[in-house]
Design a protein around this ligand. Structure first.
Ligand code: FPP
Length: 242
């Protein structure tokens, strides 16, 4: 948000959960074991972020590009999404978490589509924390889908002039604040088609730890880095402005 100086605590944290495969390989385990351990880390992350009073968390669980992985791995990841929702939805709901799924729904298996709708419908009225799970998500695809919606809305005469706020309202993340902090585990330093519009002014923190090893200590280290950064949003810091 322009004009805001330093934020001690972010309002919205987004995470690229990378390194499951390498975590498993380093232990002589199949990659699927890494993804399974990744689900436990995901559950820990939701709790830890909620416990720190951060109201928005977005997790990159399956990208539009992940379909190019071996069939068995794609099917493991689909199975884990179902496992996660079936096992953890009730707890998320009890804890006041509103779940929203980002990404393209068309083309997903019917039972997965139904589970995603169930998770959103059950938790719709919750207000303690917002959990967005990017599944079958790619930022370029999201932007193109939003552009199509904008064209249709313009043709229907729903707005006079397309501006940033109108366009943002057509993204999957409509009404969510932009992420202040994007964390990527696994050592690589790139965004991999994640929240390209929304992360325009996000602070990026890259951690070497592999996703299954992510826990409270790693989250706190990322938050400490965030707290030490000076955010200028293209402007100048207050003390330099005159
Ligand atoms: C990257 O690890 C991680 C993913 C492909 C997706 C994240 C998935 C989970 C945390 C588990 C599944 C959870 C749900 C809800 C579907 P990688 O395989 O790219 O690791 P590597 O870079 O070490 O190979």
């Amino acid at each position: 948000m322009p004009g805001q100086d330093v934020w001690v605590k972010p309002e919205h944290v987004a995470i690229i959960m990378d390194g499951n495969g390498r975590w498993a390989t380093a232990r002589g385990l199949p990659r699927s074991a890494g993804h399974k351990a990744g689900v436990e880390a995901l559950q820990r992350a939701v709790r830890a972020v909620g416990d720190r009073g951060i109201p928005w968390l977005t997790l990159y669980a399956f990208s539009s590009e992940n379909w190019s992985r071996p069939k068995s791995e794609v099917s493991d990841l689909m199975g884990l999404l179902k496992f996660f929702i079936r096992r953890d939805l009730a707890e998320l709901h009890r804890n006041g978490v509103r779940v929203r799924i980002l990404g393209e729904r068309e083309g997903l298996q019917k039972d997965i589509g139904a589970l995603l709708r169930e998770a959103e419908a059950l938790t719709r009225a919750n207000t303690r924390m917002n959990l967005q799970i990017a599944f079958n998500y790619g930022a370029r695809d999201e932007i193109v889908r939003a552009a199509r919606k904008a064209i249709a809305a313009a043709q229907a005469g729903e707005f006079d002039r397309l501006d940033e706020a109108v366009f943002a309202s057509m993204l999957d993340t409509a009404d969510a604040p932009d992420p202040d902090l994007v964390i990527r585990t696994g050592g690589d330093q790139r965004l991999s088609n994640f929240l390209l519009w929304q992360a325009a002014y996000a602070e990026l923190v890259f951690l070497d730890c592999r996703w299954p090893d992510f826990g409270e200590a790693e989250l706190d280290a990322a938050l400490a880095q965030f707290g030490s950064r000076q955010r200028r949003f293209g402007g100048v810091v207050a003390r330099d402005a005159s």
